[in-house]
Design a protein around this ligand. Structure first.
Ligand code: SF4
Length: 404
């Protein structure tokens, strides 16, 4: 185990990747496979075993654990998972790691969820809808087979079922998207009972239909200037509606920040289960393979060995984890991560927290970078923090490069 703050910190956040979608959207490069009953069972059995393996790893000392404060089902389309399977997984998690009474349990959803009240009864406390836009024309262009009306209906059904934490994702910088389209979307969603909004610029991902259509046709996409205008239109419209940005791409009503995602931005530890999921445990970043079949095979091999009893005694604690080691975060790397991830938050990086985590002064550790970025008016130094300026928000990637 690394001798860093995150390595010694108790893991209280769990991510579970649900790799199923009914259709593949034209722009998407997240790992997902077509939804099928046999694949669903394969995934479910693998998740149950991976929960047990991770619990064995923690018990054997690979990382410290504490009852979970956040659980996040991401995808893919987690709302496709039947309630009985979710219930079985949450029971096992509760019986092993434990789940805090006030835990935030998020499920990503696409419009058309069948039984929203039962999800609430299971303990899911937050629903995050992939809305993207309220223009059916733009949804068709993205290859999304949902309609705006079905999404609005689901948001209202979720509210009636007692969900008081509802989030949506939006996209900007889409081919053919205008400021008027975006204004319309913002005016619709700010009237709905939605307390958290994520807004992402389209990226043309390798291997997607969008790469074929737009990879060498940037003229078909909004210009950089128009995209920045869209970004600031989102910020100002949301602020007018009482939804305040707290991260480069996320805004919320007071108290509705995503507690799970804050774990990532604060460079804290988390456990990730399922194909293509990532973990940060004991100061080590691990990744599960992005293949349902190979991940499942890998989990089964680990599970058989771990359960056999004979080899178990020879195993090092971390060998219970099926993921591949991607990066070992030593103290120097951990200091950089605290800054790189923390600068995504509009509150910036707290000098007090940096001192507590790393036993160093932030302004001494990165004196050169801070002074250079201050001179370029990209970073501002406050009594207890460093944070991006408005110009720094626009040129965030240039700021981050200084800390890589
Ligand atoms: S529903 Fe989400 S995860 Fe599935 S293909 Fe579309 S964007 Fe990707």
């Amino acid at each position: 185990m690394q001798n860093t703050f995150a390595a010694k910190q108790k893991v209280t956040a769990l991510y579970i990747h649900v790799p199923f979608c009914l259709h593949k959207c034209h722009y998407c490069d997240f790992y997902s496979v077509p939804f099928a009953e046999s694949s669903l069972q394969q995934w479910h059995q693998g998740i149950l075993k991976e929960i047990e393996l991770s619990y064995m790893a923690a018990t054997a000392g690979a990382f410290s654990k504490s009852p979970l404060q956040t659980i996040y089902y991401g995808g893919g389309t987690p709302s496709l998972v039947p309630l009985s399977l979710l219930s079985e997984q949450l029971s096992l998690i509760s019986n092993t790691f434990g789940i805090c009474t006030e835990a935030e349990i998020t499920l990503e959803a696409n419009p058309g969820i069948k039984d929203i009240p039962s999800l609430r009864s299971l303990g899911v406390s937050r629903l995050s809808f992939g809305l993207q836009s309220t223009s059916d024309r733009l949804l068709r262009m993205l290859g999304r087979r949902t309609t705006v009306d079905s999404c609005i209906e689901d948001v209202l059904r979720a509210e009636r079922a007692g969900f008081d934490r509802i989030a949506v994702d939006l996209m900007i910088g889409l081919p053919g998207q205008t400021l008027a389209d975006l204004q319309e979307t913002l005016s619709v969603i700010t009237k709905l009972p939605i307390g958290h909004i994520s807004y992402y610029s389209l990226t043309i991902a390798a291997g997607t239909p969008f790469e074929k259509w737009y990879g060498d046709r940037p003229d078909l996409l909004p210009s950089e200037e128009l995209e920045r205008e869209m970004y600031y239109l989102v910020l100002s419209s949301l602020e007018d509606a009482g939804v305040f940005p707290y991260e480069i791409s996320n805004a919320s009503r007071c108290g509705e920040e995503s507690r799970h995602n804050l774990v990532y931005w604060q460079a804290d530890s988390y456990l990730g289960l399922g194909p293509a999921a990532h973990s940060y445990l004991g100061g080590v970043r691990r990744g599960n393979i992005a293949s349902l079949a190979k991940w499942s095979e890998n989990v089964n091999i680990h599970y058989q060995t771990a359960s056999s009893g004979t080899d178990k005694g020879k195993w090092q604690p971390e060998q219970f984890l099926p993921g591949t080691v991607e990066e070992i975060i030593d103290e120097a790397a951990a200091r950089k991560e605290t800054v790189l991830l923390g600068l995504r938050l509009l509150s910036g990086v707290s000098r007090h927290n940096f001192r507590k985590r790393h036993c160093r002064e932030l302004t001494e550790e990165f004196a050169e970078q801070i002074s250079k970025l201050q001179n370029r008016e990209l970073l501002q130094l406050e009594v207890d923090s460093i944070k991006l300026t408005r110009l720094g928000l626009d040129l965030a990637n240039q700021v981050f490069l200084e800390f890589v």
